[in-house]
Write a protein that binds this ligand. Structure first.
Ligand SMILES: Cc1cc2nc3c(=O)[nH]c(=O)nc-3n(C[C@H](O)[C@H](O)[C@H](O)COP(=O)(O)OP(=O)(O)OC[C@H]3O[C@@H](n4cnc5c(N)ncnc54)[C@H](O)[C@@H]3O)c2cc1C
Length: 315
């Protein structure tokens, strides 16, 4: 363990749109933020090629390009962007403590958590192959549905989010096939009913994904298996959407912060405040509803403004 403790006004944990936006605002407010990037510098968007719904880029922008721009903008105002990730925190006292890779100890007057969330995938090799190629596998219908307009897609999942995403896709695509593992939805009755009533959504119950099919570059279909009869069927599709949930990256905070039943940090409604004074949250770590770059940036901004006001009130 390092024996020097670094004291900072504002520690930002995470380098997605929420973290960098918080860093832009915090540096412009003279809070001299220190930002740790984590194991995925730039966050989730670094895994996507096309971002077409980030305002201000009429022709769209690649995820990595967008995140390099956000980082540069934060650094232009003096944000101290560092490699490394937080492995432990202690929010029990007046001073908020965080440890970088269990070694370096930081004492922060304010902490902004922007650690995001990770989409869950099935884990099939064929799914991962086309996901990594950017060839038709997605975990976000709102982000990628537009690329499949007037095409046929398959979506896996049975919860409220899966129903919402299937319904969203049904407005863009000619046909949506929904794969449900059990003989019923997990979703609320109202959401399941909406999907059942949508003409171009066909639902396959007791069905699991056997393989995502493709031509080596892009998805061309999905082979599914009925888990009661064992019958295999091939469904033609250009897009394969996985809607089986997200895991918020919040484990290290669970002893101190109020989390909901799925691990999202609970913020005080209308603010970026958590239950611990001086600890704020922005982005997907607290958002299981919208999960977009623009909402992450918006709540990152809120977190920095709330942190600035917290410091001002203490002076
Ligand atoms: C494939 C894909 C495509 C998408 N396309 C779009 C799109 O087109 N448009 C759109 O608006 N949204 C899109 N999204 C959603 C968007 O990426 C997220 O909503 C957004 O990135 C959330 O931002 P965030 O700042 O909350 O966190 P994230 O982007 O999730 O970043 C989290 C950050 O926290 C860091 N971190 C985690 N744990 C620690 C730790 N312990 N210590 C330090 N750092 C840590 C990580 O390294 C990472 O930098 C897409 C998502 C995916 C996966």
């Amino acid at each position: 363990m390092s024996d020097t403790i670094e004291k900072v006004k504002c520690l930002i944990i995470g380098s997605g749109p929420a973290g960098y936006t918080a860093a832009i605002y915090a540096s412009r407010a003279n809070m001299f933020p220190v930002l740790y990037q984590g194991t995925q510098p730039g966050g989730q968007l670094t895994t996507t090629n096309e971002v077409e719904n980030w305002p201000g880029n009429p022709e769209g922008i690649t995820g990595p390009e967008m995140m390099v721009g956000l980082q540069a903008q934060a650094q232009r105002f003096g944000a101290d962007v560092r490699d490394g990730w937080v492995t432990k925190v202690d929010f029990s006292g007046d001073v908020h403590k965080a440890w970088i890779q269990d070694d370096k100890e930081i004492h922060a007057e304010t902490i902004i958590i922007s650690t995001g969330a990770t989409a869950k995938y099935l884990g099939l090799p064929s799914e991962q192959k086309y996901l990594n190629l950017g060839g038709g596998v997605s975990a976000c219908a709102v982000c990628d549905g537009f690329f499949y307009r007037n095409q046929e897609v398959v979506i896996v999942g049975a919860g409220d989010s899966a129903c919402e995403e299937a319904h969203y896709l049904s407005k863009l695509c000619t046909k949506v096939t929904m794969i449900v593992r059990k003989d019923e939805f997990r979703a609320s009755k109202i959401m399941a009913e909406r999907v059942r009533k949508t003409e171009n959504i066909s639902i396959l119950y007791n069905t699991e994904t056997d393989e995502v099919l493709g031509d080596g570059q892009v998805v061309t279909g999905v082979r599914v298996k009925n888990n009661v009869t064992g019958v295999l069927t091939e469904i033609p599709a250009t897009g394969f959407f996985v809607a089986i949930g997200h895991k918020p990256n919040t484990d290290i905070f669970k002893d101190y912060l109020d989390l909901d039943e799925t691990g999202y940090i609970k913020n005080i409604p209308g603010t970026a405040k958590t239950n611990v004074p001086g600890v704020f949250v922005g982005g997907d770590a607290a958002d299981h509803v919208y999960r977009q770059a623009i909402t992450a940036a918006g709540t990152g901004c809120m977190a920095a403004l709330d942190a600035e006001r917290y410091l001002a009130a203490k002076e």
